[in-house]
Design a protein around this ligand. Structure first.
Ligand SMILES: [Ca+2]
Length: 186
């Protein structure tokens, strides 16, 4: 009787594994297709990369080294918003994203309470969704590069002809951003 039970349990175990594997393969494949990833290392802003604005903020790193190459995006008391990704959803994908993930590197000699990364969604420049992810605690010591990953779930309906903007800001205090990676998840 014990043997029969063991075989029956083993059978269930094998069935359970193969079943979960069958589910896992298409699910992970789909996840990879359901992303649009946009990266910018700030090294080619002078070429006026489509979908990016505020090139004026891109400068050669002044204090120490850039995170990559020579160039970073700088904000201070005169220029409040970094090099900005700006695009209509319909130009990014035919689908509408469920979440936007922004990864990058930040450096500030005097981290502001307002230091952060923003996702701003608008319709004809009328704001619809505005979310901010604070980077104040990310910069653990002044003048060094720190990595961040900000998750922005899109938890209300959006339209294809609405526009998304992604940018960093620092409340008029000096900060540098480099190597942005924006992932639209569908
Ligand atoms: Ca760079």
């Amino acid at each position: 009787m014990k043997n029969v039970l063991f075989i029956a349990l083993a059978g269930l175990f094998v069935y359970g594994c193969s079943n979960s594997n069958q589910n896992a393969i298409p699910a992970s494949g789909q996840a990879e297709q359901n992303q649009v990833v946009i990266t910018n290392d700030m090294e080619n802003a002078a070429a006026m990369i489509p979908s990016w604005i505020n090139e004026v903020t891109v400068v050669k790193m002044e204090n120490g080294k850039a995170h990559s190459g020579e160039f970073v995006s700088k904000v201070d008391d005169k220029i409040l918003y970094t090099y900005t990704y700006r695009e209509f959803f319909e130009n990014i994908s035919q689908k509408l994203p469920k979440r936007v993930v922004v990864n990058g590197w930040v450096n500030s000699p005097d981290p502001s309470e307002n230091l952060g990364i923003v996702m701003d969604i608008n319709e004809n420049n009328v704001n619809k969704i505005w979310k901010s992810y604070s980077l104040t605690k990310t910069v653990e010591s002044p003048g060094k590069w720190f990595e961040f990953t900000a998750y922005f779930p899109i938890d209300q309906p959006i339209q294809k002809n609405w526009q998304v903007k992604i940018y960093g800001y620092s409340g008029k205090k000096l900060a540098y951003f480099d190597d942005l990676k924006i992932t639209f998840e569908y």
